[in-house]
Design a protein. Sequence first.
Length: 107
Amino acid sequence: MTIKDAIYQLEDLIKDRESFCQRDDFDDIFLQDIEACKMGIKALKKISSVGKWKAENTRPKSPVFVCSLCGKKAYDRPYGSAKHMMNKKNCKLKYCPNCGARMEGME
Ligand SMILES: [Zn+2]
């Protein structure tokens, strides 16, 4: 089963649980099932999303990279450090520090 299949199954489960909510013996437990499925879908989408870095050359000696998914900036070195972790054309951060997405190379 792929992540895409799992998301489809969870969406189907949500529809199933929602149909229970129309019944006379309605129970809060169905709403909790729906909430759990929604959280699962969100987590699966997050771990399966892959972003790319885009270089932004506003600081010539210390390149800034922009995440293609969240649009937020990441820097090439920790604040206060003089050591560059990457060059202008290649961001080595494997995960976006802002949205947590897995990153695969440059755009
Ligand atoms: Zn991001």
